[in-house]
Design a protein around this ligand. Sequence first.
Ligand SMILES: [Zn+2]
Length: 61
Amino acid sequence: MSKSRCPICDAAMPGNWQDYPDYPFCSRRCRVIDLGRWLGEDYRVPDPTPPNDRSSPADGD
Ligand SMILES: [Zn+2]
């Protein structure tokens, strides 16, 4: 049985993974932290600025 470590806080997790309801995290808190990281990294949305904003008043007809 190989030992596991929490990918968040690097805490040693001896025993079976069945002992950890939040595996591969050592605790619910680390699970939430990991989830927050994912959401944070995925929160990058492109700038919704329109590419052609044709509102230039210099365009005299
Ligand atoms: Zn942890």
